[in-house]
Design a protein around this ligand. Structure first.
Ligand SMILES: Nc1ncnc2c1ncn2[C@@H]1O[C@H](COP(=O)(O)OP(=O)(O)O)[C@@H](O)[C@H]1O
Ligand SMILES: [Mg+2]
Length: 363
């Protein structure tokens, strides 16, 4: 069985007072005018995985303004084993919590069930902006293949923040610093190893001569992936003076960058046209989906916001065909129903309108 959302329920989430949606087809095409509430649905699905969702929103943004501070997303997922019910939401405070089959669980552990990937218009600039966005993109792919990645990243960040704070405040507690550096060594090397594993899997899973160009992705930066935890802890130890002066940690996997090249043109992605960059992103996402399918027997859920915008009819048809071949569940948005014509009978088409009392499904 492929991983898929079979039922989605929203309560007081963004523009939705309430939504109850049965999902019957592998592809879901959401159409409607700007501001209707299409992306809000994709965002709700994205919150079934750890993190801040596909808009990287602040926790306080999710609750429907007209209602209060509580909001909830409930989803019934078909998985390779039993169906799983996931719940995420917030009650009194803005921080979200999570439940799996009615039992409290951590938000970080949601990634073990809901493996998902997304492309949004904000990612159109990922190759020309700073490395943080690219790292996030790579980490999202890594998380889909290695669900522990989110927890590793959180632990690494926590240890690094604490070390930065100690250095900044001039604490002279070498044992405490060494303990934090040992943690950064362990989690930092795990982060880098996970990313390297994913990059190898992406290269292996890219199709030759398909509709989307081959994207060669690699890690760049001064952090050597072959370093051991002890090596990295020692590097940090030796850099205390320098990092104290800088007010932050200047080496480590938190500074790595993702370099992507358009293989056939032998050109860096940043020099390609916007349409080509989008096609490279799709290549990477599809390769990731293939790799996950190869490793686990199921593709991830794909959230493709305004995906059709940069593609002509041929590329759109090729994308739908690739998704169908993978058997992935894909949620896609667009302003015009015509963009999704090539999906034919494989899609559930939903039209959304702002109904005055919030977003509603038509028909
Ligand atoms: N917390 C919120 N409470 C109520 N409405 C919201 C909230 N957040 C966003 N919205 C509304 O949702 C709409 C945007 O929805 P979105 O899904 O991004 O539209 P689109 O269909 O263009 O993708 C806007 O009208 C916005 O005002
Ligand atoms: Mg939108």
């Amino acid at each position: 069985m492929t991983l898929a959302v079979r039922h989605l329920k929203l309560v007081a989430f963004r523009s939705y007072a309430r939504l109850d949606l049965d999902v019957s087809a592998p592809m879901i095409a959401l159409t409607g005018p700007n501001g209707a509430g299409k992306t809000n649905i994709l965002e709700a699905v994205s919150l079934l995985a750890p993190g801040r969702g596909l808009r990287r929103a602040s926790p306080g943004d999710f609750a429907r303004k007209q209602q209060g501070i509580g909001w909830a997303i409930t989803a019934m997922l078909e998985t390779q084993t039993d169906p799983v019910m996931l719940w995420t939401g917030a009650e009194e405070d803005a921080r979200r919590s999570a439940k799996q089959d009615d039992k409290a669980t951590s938000v970080l552990s949601l990634g073990r069930v809901a493996r998902l990937l997304w492309l949004t218009p904000a990612l159109d600039r990922v190759f020309v902006e700073g490395p943080a966005e690219r790292r996030r993109f790579l980490d999202r792919m890594t998380l889909s293949l290695l669900p522990d990645h989110a927890e590793t990243a959180t632990r690494y960040d926590r240890a690094m923040r604490e070390r930065n704070r100690l250095l900044k405040e001039g604490h002279d507690d070498p044992r405490w610093l060494s303990a934090l550096e040992a943690q950064m060594g362990e989690h930092g090397v795990a982060l880098a190893t996970g990313r390297a594993h994913v990059l190898r899997a992406l290269l292996a899973a890219q199709s030759q001569g398909g509709a989307f160009p081959r994207a060669e992705a690699s890690l760049v930066g001064d952090f050597r992936t072959e370093a051991t935890a002890e090596d990295f802890a020692r590097t940090l130890h030796n850099a205390r003076g320098r990092d104290a002066q800088a007010g932050r940690t200047l080496t480590g996997p938190h500074r790595s960058d993702l370099a992507v090249r358009y293989a056939e043109k032998d050109a860096p992605a940043a020099e390609c046209s916007t349409g080509e960059q989008k096609a490279l992103l799709v290549s990477l996402i599809l390769a990731n989906a293939r790799a996950l399918h190869g490793e686990t027997g199921s593709a991830p859920i794909l959230l493709l916001d305004e995906i059709a915008a940069h593609f002509d009819a041929n590329r759109r048809a090729a994308l739908f065909a690739e998704i169908a071949a993978l058997g992935a569940q894909a949620w896609m948005t667009g302003t015009e129903p015509g963009l999704f014509e090539a999906m034919e009978g494989r899609a559930q088409r939903l039209e959304i309108r702002d109904g005055g009392e919030g977003s509603v499904l038509m028909g």
